[in-house]
Design a protein around this ligand. Structure first.
Ligand code: SF4
Length: 338
């Protein structure tokens, strides 16, 4: 279940940056700085799914890891449920780690092959010293059952399960401590297409049952369409457009969003044939040497002279939509027609 109510966001990210090759507050000029994440602002409301979408290497996974505090930010602020995530240490950080959980892309490498499924799902209880009602084994069996695994397989090892089942194990582990926010980092990208929908449906059922909020990270717009309330499109470490899912698909305002939507797979072959695909030329520029002006100008079919020198800010275009483009919703050519 998704919601777009206007209450205070559960998660608020402002000016978030991660510069590799530098430490927080002290840039080392001698080594090149990779601006993996550069001034990201986003909100996730309680019970909502915000999807963060962009090509490989755009900084979306790094953003997820910064929010989960698996990485420390170089700049910016993360606030979760009124608490400062960015600077949390000790018991504060421990408490945040109960409330913010992460599911990773690769269900093969994210599960320790030497531990049984029971031990893997029980680990959060042991690490956080939580004693669930009825004991850890009962809680683990309940979780297995809830995610569609046979609780009698408690003593089996990850190698005995398929990719989809392994991702269910990861989901059970992530839900053990009843988190409020789950960061799903490409949770279905490594799975067969036939299994992807099952895992997405499971995540939606669990959201409805437990009131979870998701930050759902994906490179594929087709995957996030059904699970998202809103979508944030990311390019070269920055947010290009944020909008409710229907608005984004029906009238994408940023040229990069338009290109991504035009490339998303459509199940209906007739509609797929009719669609005009916007082919982006050129490679994504290096985050170590980003272009001047608009970060997208080297590939943008609508770029003009202003785009080469002036970086567009992420600005409110309409009530629910923010866009970082000098000519949102139109081509530069159209913008100059009088
Ligand atoms: Fe394209 Fe210019 Fe908009 Fe950037 S600012 S997306 S280059 S039209």
């Amino acid at each position: 279940m998704t919601s777009t109510t206007q209450e205070q966001p559960l998660l608020s990210v402002r000016g978030l940056g991660k510069h590799f090759g530098s430490a927080r507050g002290s840039l080392h000029k001698s080594s090149p700085t990779i601006q993996a994440v550069n001034g990201v602002n986003l909100d996730v409301r309680a019970g909502e799914t915000l999807s963060l979408v962009g090509e490989s290497g755009c900084g979306k996974s790094t953003t997820g890891r910064l929010i989960a505090r698996l990485l420390d930010a170089s700049q910016g602020e993360i606030t979760f449920d009124g608490r400062n995530v960015t600077d949390a240490q000790g018991t504060e950080l421990r408490a945040l780690r109960r409330d913010i959980q992460m599911i990773f892309q690769d269900p093969y490498s994210s599960l320790n092959p030497r531990l049984t499924i029971g031990e893997i799902i029980a680990a959060p209880f042991i690490i956080q010293k939580v004693d669930p009602t009825g004991g850890v084994e009962r809680a683990v069996r309940d979780l297995m059952s809830r995610v569609g695994l046979n609780p009698d397989h408690f003593g089996r090892y990850p190698r005995e399960f398929s990719g989809g089942q392994r991702q269910r194990i990861s989901i059970a582990r992530a839900l053990a401590l009843k988190p409020k926010l789950v960061i799903c980092d490409e949770p279905v990208s490594a799975l067969d297409v036939s299994v992807q929908a099952q895992v997405v449906n499971l995540l939606m059922d669990l959201q409805s049952e437990f009131g979870l909020s998701y930050l759902f990270i994906a490179h594929d717009l087709a995957v996030v369409k059904h699970i998202s309330a809103r979508i944030a499109v990311m390019y070269l470490g920055q947010i290009m457009e944020t909008a409710p899912v229907d608005m984004l698909y029906s009238s994408p305002a940023h040229p990069y969003t338009r290109a991504l939507i035009s490339a998303a797979p459509i199940p209906d072959p007739d509609r797929a044939r009719e669609r005009q695909r916007i082919a982006l030329t050129g490679d994504v520029p290096s985050a170590g040497n980003p272009p001047m002006g608009c970060p997208f100008h080297t590939r943008c079919p609508s770029a003009d002279a202003r785009c080469l020198s002036e970086k567009p800010k992420l600005e409110v275009l309409s009530e629910h939509r923010q866009v970082a483009c000098h000519f949102p919703g139109e081509t530069a050519l159209e913008a100059h027609r009088v």
